[in-house]
Write a protein that binds this ligand. Sequence first.
Ligand code: AMP
Length: 283
Amino acid sequence: MKVFTSKEKLNQCIDLFKADAKKIGFVPTMGALHEGHLSLVRRGFEDNSIMVVSIFVNPTQFNNKQDLIKYPRTLEADVALLQSISKKKIIVYAPSVDDVYGNDVTSRSFSFDGLEFEMEGKFRAGHFDGVGTIVKRLFEIIRPDVAYFGEKDFQQLQIVKKLTEKYNIPVKVVGCKIHRASNGLAMSSRNARLKSEYKDAAPFIYQTLKMARQMFKSKSVAKVSEWVKDQFENHELLDLEYFIIADIKTLKSFQRKSKHKKYRAFIAVFADDIRLIDNIALN
Ligand code: AMP
């Protein structure tokens, strides 16, 4: 498997595939890969003959320094996992901060028509400018035909779609289903840092989302939200940061349901000092 740390070398390799008219798919990741990431790569192989996977812990999207420092970095194991899918058709780009940013490790500022001010945007200042900056950069370097993003980070997925529309970036963005452990917990690189009692408690998040989906059929947004808040107030280990039911297009919460709109419930929870997010389609 080819693992590049330099964008020049990566580019030479991509040029060869492009000259051969090969379709190139792309999965950007921050590494510490798990089955959730692999499901995106497998999905990519349905449409492309070559998949590029980037492994880069992007400093500009972290609003919390400790989270950045503690973020797991496991390149060797990541490469081994990817090899289990394909040795020849996956290209890994695992650059240094310098290769991506040079000496200007800052975000550009973007407008995503308000999507950036909801949910994660409220609790993680500057996060989506960081995401916009790195995704745009990686799209320019890799020049993929299609890029795959998980619905696990649904707001990010909508923002990346908006980025390509607004900035005329010729990359098709495809959303992929959330991959869960058998106990329902959404897979995340951060799960590896959970102490065992928190690991046991964390599936409660998805159980609550499933109950909320059930209640949403007959109850108001306010009633469902109140019920969810109560569940976490009574929970010994998990602290709710937010629970929001939102229109999937605007990501804004609302009062009255409309048959013509699609809704999702979004949640962020602290398990000890580890922040976990999840979401579920409601209709
Ligand atoms: P990350 O490495 O956490 O930045 O994630 C890289 C990509 O994998 C993002 O598009 C995520 O939404 C996606 N992803 C992470 N976890 C999951 C999961 N459990 N199911 C589906 N996609 C995921």
